[in-house]
Write a protein that binds this ligand. Sequence first.
Ligand SMILES: N[C@@H](CCC(=O)N[C@@H](CS)C(=O)NCC(=O)O)C(=O)O
Length: 206
Amino acid sequence: MALKIYGVAPSRAFRTLWMAKELGLDYEHIKVDFATGDTRSPAHLALNPNGHVPVIDDDGFILWESMAINLYLAKKYGRDGLYPSRLVDEARAWQWSFWGMTEVERPVLTVLFNRAILPEDKRDAAAGDAAEKTLGGPLKVLDAALGHSSNLLGDRFTVADLNVASILAWARPAQIDMAPFPKVAEWLKNCAERPAARAARQLQRE
Ligand SMILES: N[C@@H](CCC(=O)N[C@@H](CS)C(=O)NCC(=O)O)C(=O)O
């Protein structure tokens, strides 16, 4: 099989598994688990010296960083407009992907850890609440953007939507209140209900 995806589904590898499902790709799933320390094994460090997942091996081409992987896969294998054809739309897909990583990921993870992941006696409710407040800034930006079109680059679902929605997939288990951001809530629901997103979530339960 030409494409290998490294990383268990309950990790950021979810983003790449969703993309692979969206593209209908045939791939080998190598379930490297961060929880067992396998991400730090010599074999995995040879693929990604950062010791993280996801990583892909696409016929010998090794790539890490979830957003870069998804942009690459969508561009290489994209169909039905998943990867934009116009340069300006491609640039906006990069914009939203970098924005998701720099503006959204840290606060949403901080809320998630302090409300759901850490053992109860290690949770800091105030830190979780403060991070939710911080997240309000980017969510307001996203809500305004989605006031102009049903998806980030227009009416069609693209890699930009998948990348940002896959980061915001943590908002639900983090119990983030989406009521002030109705456009985000609707868009996120539509993204999450896509068959490929459902199939990737199913992998998290296996
Ligand atoms: N910026 C990276 C972050 C990757 C990352 O931190 N992955 C976590 C799992 S969600 C990981 O592999 N942790 C294992 C470790 O650090 O040993 C990306 O988006 O791909």
